[in-house]
Ligand binder design. Sequence first.
Ligand SMILES: C[S@@+](CC[C@H](N)C(=O)[O-])C[C@H]1O[C@@H](n2cnc3c(N)ncnc32)[C@H](O)[C@@H]1O
Length: 237
Amino acid sequence: MSDQLPTVYRWLVSEFSEESRRAEVARLSPFLALHVKPGMRVLDLCAGTGAFALELERLGALVVAVDACAEMIARGKAQAEQHGSHTVFKQADVLEDDLGGNYDAVTFLGDSIADFPPAQFSRLVERLPGWLAPEGRLLVHYEDGFFPFIAAQRPREYVQQYDPVLLTCILSQYLSEQGAYVETYRNEATGEECEYYHYLYTPPLVEALVGGRLSLMERKSVSDSAWLDVYAREARS
Ligand SMILES: C[S@@+](CC[C@H](N)C(=O)[O-])C[C@H]1O[C@@H](n2cnc3c(N)ncnc32)[C@H](O)[C@@H]1O
């Protein structure tokens, strides 16, 4: 299992629960519905607790949801059971583990891309053709990483109650060489601290990284700063 998995996700499980993600899922669902059809086999990468995976299932897909964080997967399984869902949850590292193949679609949603430095994201991109069926599609949903700064939406320090933990978050560094900013999270209940590296992807950068392996078919604006890119395995004729 990759040692890169940010500790902070263990504290943020409730932030990614089906309930907390409801508005985000509702916003993206009509875009997903254009590409995800009943009976399709879908691999949802970095699925968290599976909020999007359950929506993909609602659209008729047969879904495998993977995430490296044991706590996320445990919550996902509990949610799935509650809904009588058939989605398969697997704890797995998308950079290393065998995730099967021949999927009609691979989804990478909820800005999970921002967890991967460009070199690691390229490694993931290299693995993509092996997961996709010949006519398969990759759906990447992400936020332009500069938007929060340009729109000055993110204060330098903020405190947030994430059920059940109170976290203080400080925007501690910007690393231009790595294209990342660093947030230091402090768990006020235990005093533990962890750093979270958030990599800044913009639409042209995503295309440059994925485009070497797959062809961009479509790019849809989901909100002011969020995008859904659809890539095909085969080159456009
Ligand atoms: C921003 S969250 C998004 C979760 C979910 N897609 C959503 O939108 O609700 C990113 C997720 O990626 C997972 N993750 C990060 N690195 C990973 C890796 N190498 N393999 C599998 N999962 C990973 C984290 O555990 C976290 O749950």
